[in-house]
Design a protein around this ligand. Sequence first.
Ligand code: GDP
Ligand code: MG
Length: 162
Amino acid sequence: PVPVLAIVGRPNVGKSTLVNRIIGRREAVVEDRPGVTRDRVSYDATWNGRAFTVVDTGGWIPDAEGLAQSIAAQAEIAVTLADAVLFVVDATVGITDDDEAVVRILRKSGKPVVLGANKVDNPALEAQAYALWNLGLGEPWPISAVHGRGTGDMLDAVLAVL
Ligand code: GDP
Ligand code: MG
């Protein structure tokens, strides 16, 4: 079986856009709002000749316990099933309580984590990515899922731990 990479993060940070970038097809649904139900969230991908499975998360309707609980629960399931995790944060927003909630789950899992600092669409935004060192997850990789900026270097880092 090929290794599994879970893409986790709070809604709207660009997880599905990044999944589409990684698989080179527009199959993951990109939404301005969270809460779209999707039955298929696993996709075949290759990078540098290596095959792996990408699992998108966040396509479920938030439950009665609220959005933060829902994000945490989804992340927990995805991380349990994954060999490594790509944690996506919106660098233009910075660290939120929901990001912190996901970080606690990632730490508990002991799985390797690569940190994608998304929406760094141009060099001027790169400084904002460096603030994400404060998450304590190591180096933030500045990327733009929309433009493809930086995603190759980040994927090299992912494959190194997958
Ligand atoms: P998800 O909820 O984390 O899956 O986020 P989506 O992939 O659905 O994207 C949420 C919104 O962020 C959409 O409007 C995307 O077009 C936008 N978005 C995603 N990646 C980027 C990026 O790299 N730069 C910018 N400027 N917007 C992005
Ligand atoms: Mg999504």
